[in-house]
Ligand binder design. Structure first.
Ligand code: ZN
Length: 369
């Protein structure tokens, strides 16, 4: 097994300015570090480094996505607007998507990172990969930056797989705690991409990611939403993966599986109210490794999205990487948070969570085989 890991220091230089939480500073919002900061990603990579896991990975370096590649998804007017604002010192992609003077260049490098990792896996240079890109991408729509996202990195990787790498079908599993609205918009009427999003029910964007939204036209049945109640933990996520995600992938039989890997369903995240811990993320990764082994020779590419707990994101990320690398259980990093979290109540699947997963399970019947 070989696992690629992609990072570039410029990702940490993406400048979201000052703010508080997910808001930019101004008015009554006193300035401190913006909630989407480099810290969680740096600390994830640092923990891989000090635990020796980074040395076990194949290093991947990104290139910027070309205009032609970005325009597979985004409108020319939108791309030009981002370039102009970036050249003028920064701006906002639309809604809660601030960026600084290097905004366009870093966003193009993030999209290019997702593409680079996908190329390496589809070409067979490596078995699977994690692209730790920034800014994230799954909220970005064709002509609108949203929720810290400028370009739709994961969607652009899927389009690249289809249009340049010979993939007929691509599956995207979005385990970020927020709805993958940008990915859904990109492929809602496209039958070649199965877009599955698990998210805290009606969190961000508001009124988005309903279980009844399952695609339209040629894309009928190729969008699956699994909205989960606030407070869902490892039990709910494992059940959703076993009962909805894995069967959908088995039915659709994609050529490659991409993961929009937000680590913000974690127990400590400031922007959501879920309870997943590092063993929960490892379990989700394991289920995906097993199903991709059975349908597409294990071709699995994880592309980083959100995740805002500086304390917990690094351990959740390391747990995922250990699964990708196939580190034996006895040799794994001990997450010091796990002992505390393990004693907390309501980690098991709860009846109302079971019912929510049941509603998503019903939508499986329309996934084209
Ligand atoms: Zn998120």
């Amino acid at each position: 097994m070989s696992t690629g890991f992609l990072w570039d220091e410029l990702y940490a230089w993406h400048d979201t300015g000052t703010g508080s939480g997910f808001m930019s500073a101004g008015g009554l919002v006193e300035a401190e570090a913006h909630g989407e900061s480099p810290a969680t990603k740096r600390r994830f990579r640092n923990l891989l480094d000090v635990t020796g896991l980074l040395d076990k990975c194949v290093e991947l370096k990104p290139r910027p996505a070309t205009d032609e590649e970005i325009l597979r998804l985004h409108t020319p007017e939108y791309v030009q607007r981002i370039k102009d604002m970036s050249a003028a010192g920064g701006g906002d992609g639309g809604e809660l998507a601030p960026f600084g003077a290097n905004g366009y260049e870093v966003a193009a490098l993030a999209a290019g990172g997702a593409i680079t990792a996908t190329e390496a896996v589809v070409h067979g240079a490596i078995d699977n990969a994690y692209a730790l890109v920034r800014p994230p991408g799954h909220h970005a729509e064709r002509d609108l930056g949203r929720g810290f996202c400028i370009f739709g990195n994961t969607a652009l990787a899927a389009l690249h797989a289809r249009e340049a790498l010979g993939a007929d079908r691509v599956a995207i599993v979005d385990w970020d705690v927020h709805h993958g609205n940008g990915t859904e918009h990109a492929f809602y009427e496209d039958g070649s991409v199965l877009a599955i999003s698990l998210h805290q029910d009606n969190l961000y964007p508001n009124d988005s990611g309903r279980v009844t939204d399952t695609g339209a036209g040629e894309g009928a049945g190729t969008t699956l939403n699994v909205p989960l109640p606030p407070g869902s933990g490892n039990g709910a996520y494992e059940a959703a993966f076993e009962r909805v995600v894995a069967p959908a992938i088995e039915r659709f039989r994609p050529d490659v599986v991409l993961v929009a890997s937000g680590l913000d369903a974690s127990m400590c995240d400031p922007f959501a109210i879920m309870m997943v811990t590092s063993p929960g993320f490892a379990r989700m990764a394991r289920i995906l490794l097993d199903v991709t082994d059975s349908v597409c020779q294990g071709r699995l590419v994880l592309i980083h999205e959100g995740g805002y707990s500086t304390a917990h994101v690094p351990f959740c990320g390391v747990a995922v990487m250990e699964e990708l690398l196939g580190v034996p259980p006895g040799e794994r990093v001990e997450d010091p948070f796990t002992a505390v979290f393990a004693g907390m109540a309501y980690q098991d699947l709860q009846p109302h969570q079971d019912a929510a997963i049941g509603r998503a399970e019903a939508a499986l019947a329309v996934v084209p085989g």
